[in-house]
Design a protein around this ligand. Structure first.
Ligand code: DQA
Length: 142
């Protein structure tokens, strides 16, 4: 089982960025949490973070060709703007889970729209970084 974990703009700034919303855990700590989880489950997990929409599209397309079984994606601000990421997920038809660290349902109006949700089997919001490991387990159960 091979899973790709994708993070969009600003997720590399975890721990620094608005800790009252996103917590104090760093991006490196998130990577370590995911690595340990993958090891415990005996699966291969690759993580990629980018501040650039096209790089995220490229990564989704690559996943189709390299035998990836599922995608966990926190598109960050691109959640609320990106038809390109929606199209990319719909093109590859890999099972995907949308993750948000914060509870976007309780935030600004512009965060209530998710362009990607239509292409995701599940959305996990507001569970902090545990949302990523929950998303991986969901993909394992599929
Ligand atoms: C986020 C929520 C988005 O609205 C925001 O733009 C982010 C992070 C989250 O993980 O809670 O960058 O995706």
């Amino acid at each position: 089982m091979k899973i790709l974990v994708l993070n969009g703009p600003g997720i590399n700034m975890l721990g620094i960025r608005e800790p009252e919303i996103y917590g104090t855990e760093t991006y490196e700590a998130l990577l370590e949490k995911i690595r340990l989880h993958a090891e415990a489950r005996g699966i291969e997990v690759t993580c990629l973070q980018s501040n650039h929409e096209g790089e995220l599209v490229d990564a989704i397309q690559r996943a189709y060709f390299d035998g990836t079984d599922g995608i966990v994606i926190n598109p960050a601000a691109y959640t609320h703007t990106s038809i390109a990421l929606l199209d990319a997920l719909q093109a590859v038809r890999l099972p995907a889970v949308e993750v948000h660290i914060s509870d976007v349902s309780r935030r600004e109006d512009f965060r209530q729209v998710s362009y990607l949700r239509a292409a995701c089997a599940k959305t996990i919001i507001g569970h902090g970084t545990d949302g990523y490991t929950e998303a991986i387990d969901f993909l394992l159960r599929l």
